[in-house]
Design a protein around this ligand. Structure first.
Ligand SMILES: [Zn+2]
Length: 112
């Protein structure tokens, strides 16, 4: 069952369902579109982005070969925030054909 007003930040689709919660109680969502690479996302990526200094640290650790989950544990960040930084990095370095103009975060809440 899709939720009204919640769009996948990756494919901008509406085929989204609730998918458990973060340890801090924040609602997680899952994109159900089989063509979409993103599975789990939060609605507040834009309002609470990973701090620039932390992003730099994530990239440093990533370049050292650490995986997102190890980095999340090391820095005390939610795993999906670290995964998001990884995804943004990969898009910056190798943008998929045809989606270069697509914004990374397009999630909007209509009323609220
Ligand atoms: Zn999607």
């Amino acid at each position: 069952m899709a939720l009204a007003q919640v769009r996948c930040p990756d494919c901008n689709g509406l085929n989204v369902v609730k998918y458990g919660k973060q340890p801090n109680g924040e609602q997680r969502y899952s994109c159900q579109d089989p063509r979409c690479e993103r599975t789990i996302f939060l609605l507040n990526y834009r309002s609470q982005p990973v701090a620039h200094s932390m992003r730099t640290r994530i990239i440093e650790l990533a370049l050292d070969g650490a995986d997102p989950f190890a980095i999340a544990e090391a820095l005390g960040l939610p795993e999906n925030e670290v995964v998001m930084v990884f995804q943004q990095m990969s898009r910056l370095t190798t943008p998929p054909a045809g989606v270069r103009n697509r914004k990374i975060t397009q999630t909007k809440i209509a009323a609220g």
